[in-house]
Design a protein around this ligand. Structure first.
Ligand code: HEM
Length: 381
C-alpha cells in the first residue's frame, strides 16, 4: 500500500512517483478575506492535508463521531479507503500578490512576489478560457484512487468556505509521465508513449538543476528555496482529425514510433534522438519540426522538464466531438528559462500544433515542504 509523507524538505507530488489519477483545483480568495484569513486557511489546509495523506479523515473528529447536530468535519466518501499514494501539493498564483494588473496588495505580499511569478504570456494559437485559467491558489491532489483525490479537494474546498472559493478544477486519469525509474511508460490519448525522456526523481543532480529553486535565485523570494514553479496547461486534442490521420503522419508529428516509442532516427525507446540521420530522399528521418525535435534539450539550451500531466475526457461537446486532451503539468526551477521559450517555439513551429489547442493556463509558485510543525507557505509571511 502506497503512503507518502506530507511533511518534508519539498512538497510531495513533484518527484514522488506519478500516481494514476489527479484532481487539480484553483481557488480565489473571497473579496473580504484578510491576511489573517489567508494564514489561517493555510494552517487549516496543512493539518487537513497531513491527515488525509496519512489515510485519516480531514478533521480530528472524523466523518461519523462529531456532534450529531453539526456538519461532520470529514465528508465520508473515503471511509475504508487507503490513501492509495495520495499527495497534496499547494501553490500560489501571481494574483495573490496584488500589483501586476490586479491593483491592490490585499495581503501585503507584493514585496515578496517572485520575479518569475507573472501571468504566462499569450502564445500563438492559445484559445484560453478565463474560467479555466489562473487563480490565487492551487491544489494538485494525486492518488491511484480517483475517489481519494476528489475527497481531498472536496474537503479542502469545504474547509476554505468563507475565505476562498473554487475557481476552476480538472479531473485527470491515466498519468502521461513517469517520474521514477521504477515506472513503465504510459500512453497519452494520441496513443503514443509519453514521458520517456521526462526527469525522474532518482536523477537528483538534474532535479536540483531543473526543478527546485535554489537559495539566492531571487532575493525577494528566499521563501521559495526548495520550492518549484508549477505550469498547468489544459490542452484540448483534436481527436477526430488525429484519428483520421495516417500512422505515418502521426509518427512524423511526434518524431517517435507508435509501437515502441523509439526516435524515428533509430534505436529503441530510450535511445537518444539523432537529428543528423537522413532518409532515402535526403530528408532528416526525425523532423526538426516534430514534437521531439522542438522539445529536445539539445534545441533548448539543455533544458529538461519534470512533466507530470494527465489525460482527461470531459464528455463531449455539442457537435458530438470528444472533449478530450492532456492536462499538462510541469515543475520547473524558473518558467522564464524552462517553459516560456520552449512553449513559444512549440506554439509556432511544432507539427503537433495542428492537432491541439491550449484552452486553460496557470502558473503557480509552489513553496517548499512544510517541516516540523510549520504550515505550508509559512516562509512567505
Ligand atoms: C516529449 C506528447 C505537450 C514538452 C513528448 C513525447 C510525446 C509527447 C509523445 C515523446 C515521449 C517522451 O519523451 O515523453 C505530448 C502531447 C502534448 C504535449 C500529446 C499535448 C497535448 C507538451 C508541452 C510541452 C512538452 C506543452 C512543453 C512546453 C515535452 C518535452 C519532451 C516531450 C520536453 C521530451 C523531449 C525529449 O527530451 O526528447 N511529448 N506533449 N510537451 N514533450 Fe510533449
Amino acid at each position: 500500500e502506497r503512503r507518502y509523507d506530507f511533511r518534508g524538505e519539498h512538497q510531495a507530488g513533484i518527484t514522488t512517483p506519478a500516481q494514476d489519477r489527479m484532481h487539480f483545483a484553483a481557488f480565489d480568495m473571497d473579496p473580504r478575506a484578510s491576511r489573517e484569513d489567508l494564514v489561517a486557511l493555510l494552517q487549516d489546509w496543512t493539518s487537513a492535508a497531513e491527515r488525509m495523506t496519512d489515510g485519516r479523515g480531514a478533521g480530528s473528529l472524523g466523518p461519523l463521531s462529531g456532534p450529531y447536530d453539526a456538519p461532520p468535519d470529514d465528508t465520508g466518501e473515503a471511509i475504508d479507503l487507503p490513501p492509495a499514494g495520495l499527495t497534496i501539493t499547494f501553490g500560489f498564483g501571481s494574483s495573490l500578490f496584488g500589483g501586476e494588473g490586479s491593483g491592490k496588495d490585499r495581503f501585503g505580499l507584493a514585496a515578496r512576489r517572485p520575479a518569475a511569478l507573472e501571468r504566462l504570456p499569450h502564445f500563438p494559437g492559445d484559445n484560453l478560457r478565463q474560467q479555466l485559467s489562473d487563480g490565487d491558489l492551487c491544489i494538485q491532489a494525486c492518488s491511484d484512487d480517483p475517489q481519494v483525490a476528489v475527497h481531498a479537494v472536496r474537503n479542502l474546498t469545504r474547509i476554505a468556505m468563507g475565505r476562498a472559493h473554487l475557481r476552476w478544477s480538472q479531473l485527470g486519469f491515466g498519468r502521461t509521465s513517469s517520474t521514477s525509474d521504477a515506472q513503465s511508460t504510459p500512453r497519452n490519448l494520441f496513443g503514443f508513449k509519453d514521458g520517456t525522456m521526462g526527469l525522474r526523481g532518482e536523477e537528483t543532480d538534474a532535479i536540483d538543476e531543473h526543478v527546485w529553486v535554489s537559495s539566492g535565485a531571487d532575493p525577494r523570494a528566499e521563501w521559495m528555496t526548495g520550492g518549484s514553479y508549477l505550469v498547468a496547461r489544459k490542452i484540448a486534442m483534436r481527436i477526430e482529425p488525429w484519428d483520421r490521420s495516417s500512422l505515418r503522419e502521426q509518427e512524423r508529428v511526434v518524431g517517435r514510433t507508435k509501437a515502441e516509442g523509439a526516435p524515428l532516427s533509430g534505436g529503441t525507446e530510450f535511445s537518444q534522438p539523432d537529428f543528423a540521420v537522413k532518409g532515402r530522399g535526403g530528408q532528416p528521418m526525425l523532423a526538426l519540426g516534430s514534437h521531439v525535435g522542438i522539445a529536445h534539450p539539445s534545441h533548448n539550451d539543455g533544458v529538461r522538464l519534470l512533466r507530470r500531466g494527465y489525460n482527461y475526457v470531459d464528455g463531449n461537446d455539442e457537435m458530438g466531438r470528444l472533449a478530450a486532451g492532456l492536462f499538462f503539468i510541469a515543475f520547473v526551477t524558473d518558467p522564464r528559462t524552462h517553459y516560456i521559450p520552449m512553449q513559444t517555439k512549440m506554439s509556432r513551429d511544432d507539427l503537433m500544433q495542428e492537432y491541439v489547442q491550449h484552452v486553460g493556463s496557470g502558473l503557480f509558485a509552489v513553496p517548499p515542504g512544510a517541516q516540523g510543525d510549520r504550515y505550508v507557505g509559512q516562509g512567505l509571511f
